[in-house]
Write a protein that binds this ligand. Sequence first.
Ligand SMILES: NC(=O)c1ccc[n+]([C@@H]2O[C@H](COP(=O)([O-])OP(=O)(O)OC[C@H]3O[C@@H](n4cnc5c(N)ncnc54)[C@H](OP(=O)(O)O)[C@@H]3O)[C@@H](O)[C@H]2O)c1
Length: 235
Amino acid sequence: MGGAFAEYVKVPATVCSKIPNNVSIVKMASLPTAGLTALQALVTYGKITSGEKVLINGASGGVGHFAVQIAKAYGAYVTAVCSSRNADFVKSLGADKVVAYDTENIHQHNGSYDLIIDANGNLTYADYKRMGKRGVMIGFTTMGHMFSTLINKLFGNFPLIQFTVESNTNDMQTLAELVAQGKVKPQIEKLFSYKEIPEAISYIEAMRTKGKVVMQWIDDQNQTVSSNNLTNVPF
Ligand SMILES: NC(=O)c1ccc[n+]([C@@H]2O[C@H](COP(=O)([O-])OP(=O)(O)OC[C@H]3O[C@@H](n4cnc5c(N)ncnc54)[C@H](OP(=O)(O)O)[C@@H]3O)[C@@H](O)[C@H]2O)c1
């Protein structure tokens, strides 16, 4: 959906859902793209079922931190890959096991998984085949990596899906219910004022976000916040 930095934006009703009571618009604003991507990767394309072993690569970022919580809500045993500095954060989201990519080479990891979700985008086709029964690619680190993985997928027989997220009310409603039930808690690392949009984009481009960042239509300076403080934001 274009126009994300506008103060008002007109959208079709078919991509909307009601914000649950007692959850701030700030938290819910962090949800649609990253949350829908995580949900569709796991459920629509990954066909996750309860009891499955799921690997989530890039588990501490926007998409990944939602994916960890959604996979747990669907009853999976979750192994999460992130840097060691974010291991405790990802465990606090419910991950059963954490693999820190800066202490263990994920390209030599020998785990065995029903479903592999790559939110970071550095897993190779060989990684998917070695570790998984099926896989969903969300992001890519480089164009070369993207082409190499897709060409291998074309000529190989591993069930690997690459998709682009699409908004729809059903999925938005599912996410809203997971939030209302407390099964998914959006984690907001930073709030930016609309005056700081370039800084916010630079921050996102570094791809070291812990959870999400949100832009607010206020004049405040950039501030680091505890997501617990956002519940009663008066919007
Ligand atoms: N297919 C779609 O429709 C769709 C939709 C939305 C987003 N995307 C794509 O999905 C990707 C992720 O988006 P995002 O918003 O979640 O990004 P993000 O918030 O920047 O998160 C990236 C995460 O990757 C982790 N990471 C960095 N290097 C890693 C490595 N070597 N191995 C494993 N994890 C590593 C980082 O963890 P640490 O900080 O712990 O290092 C960070 O938490 C992007 O490429 C984006 O373009 C695709």
